[in-house]
Design a protein around this ligand. Structure first.
Ligand code: KG4
Ligand code: ZN
Length: 325
């Protein structure tokens, strides 16, 4: 069985082909260069780029897989959540193909797909259920009680910004590029000083599994403005220090909340998903804490599967078919 999977929920045009459970090929065209000009994803710009790129990406992935469209047995596509103009491009192409090829179509939830990215190149029993899964991206920042493969309950979410959004906004306020996450991560790793905890850790003192990052973002803005007012501009060292303090604060909040939820629900398996899970400091911190506390820790096998990608859409569609859901 050949499965064709589409992902266009934000700014990556990604298409993958699976032969049963095996990922045969994936091609992704990023829009980072274009969005770097605005330091932000403008939905209408993203949608137009998807529309211009999608058939080129489709041709590339079919060539790499050495498959022709007629051989495709089933088509899957991300439908929600995401940027509506972007989602509609993928959905329109995927549904038109399904209709003309007379093949079944599967609608995929983007957050569930991020969670299922943990099954790419892994066995279905590699994740211990029940787990607590932290999904952190630009559009979402949530904690799930992942009870079994297709049973999950949201136990926490952000009350305002997501961590990914905070990374992007902090990068923007320091005049850095888009997406902010990897840029902040790199600058933070160059800082050699001690962690002084100069920013607030909002909601850490309360018995809630919810998050809030807008206060942290405002605190970073005040610090940036204060240093600019004092010295006229931000030095490279200022930028490295603020990036480090900000990133470490986010990591402390996310890891604390994840393990706190696991303890509350008496669960010994923790899972990471979403593009922020590509953050080295976050992965290493959670991995280390899991080891110390005897928790099973799982994150996508490669950063490629942390970011938006069609392989996660395909693997979720595959398991849905196998479980007949
Ligand atoms: O999964 P994604 O493309 O968006 C949604 O599905 O909503 O996630 C994008 C977010 C951006 O905010 C980006 O700054 C963040 O993920 N990100 C990171 C890293 N790589 C990407 N944040 C922190 N560290 C990273 N290495
Ligand atoms: Zn995503």
């Amino acid at each position: 069985m050949y499965l064709l999977a589409f992902e266009t929920s934000c700014d990556d045009t990604s298409i993958a082909i699976f032969r049963d459970r095996e990922l045969v090929a994936m091609k992704t065209r990023s829009q980072i260069r274009e969005h770097n000009e605005t330091k932000w994803v403008v939905p209408e710009v993203a949608a137009r780029l998807h529309a211009n790129n999608i058939f080129g990406v489709l041709e590339e992935v079919l060539n790499e897989a050495k498959v022709i469209l007629k051989e495709i047995d089933i088509i899957a596509c991300t439908e929600f959540p995401g940027l509506m103009p972007s989602l509609l491009v993928g959905m329109s192409v995927a549904k038109t193909l399904a209709k003309t090829l007379e093949k079944p179509y599967i609608a995929i939830d983007h957050i569930e797909a991020h969670m299922f990215a943990n099954f790419i190149w892994r066995d279905s029993d590699d994740i211990l259920f029940p787990s607590v899964c932290l999904t952190v991206s630009w559009g979402h920042n949530e904690l799930y009680l992942w009870k079994s493969m297709f049973e999950r309950e949201k136990i926490g979410e952000t009350l305002d910004d997501s961590a990914g959004e905070a990374f992007d906004k902090v990068a923007k306020m320091m005049g850095l590029g888009y997406p902010g996450g990897p840029i902040i991560g790199k600058l933070a790793s160059e800082y050699t000083g001690e962690f002084r905890s100069i920013f607030p850790k909002v909601l850490l003192d309360r018995e809630t599994h919810d998050f809030s990052f807008s206060g942290l973002k405002s605190a970073v803005k005040r610090e940036v403005d204060k240093r600019i007012e004092k010295n006229g501009s931000l030095s490279k060292d200022d930028i490295r220090e603020i990036a480090f303090e900000f990133e470490q604060t986010v990591v402390n909040i996310l890891s604390y909340k994840l393990f706190h939820a696991a303890k509350t629900y008496n669960i010994s398996s923790v899972v990471l998903a979403g593009w922020v899970s590509a953050n080295d400091r976050l992965r290493e911190t959670i991995e280390q804490q899991a080891k110390e506390r005897n928790y099973r820790f799982t994150a996508p096998i490669s950063k490629v599967y942390s970011q938006d990608n069609a392989a996660m859409v395909g693997i979720l569609a595959y398991y849905r078919l196998r479980w007949d859901i």
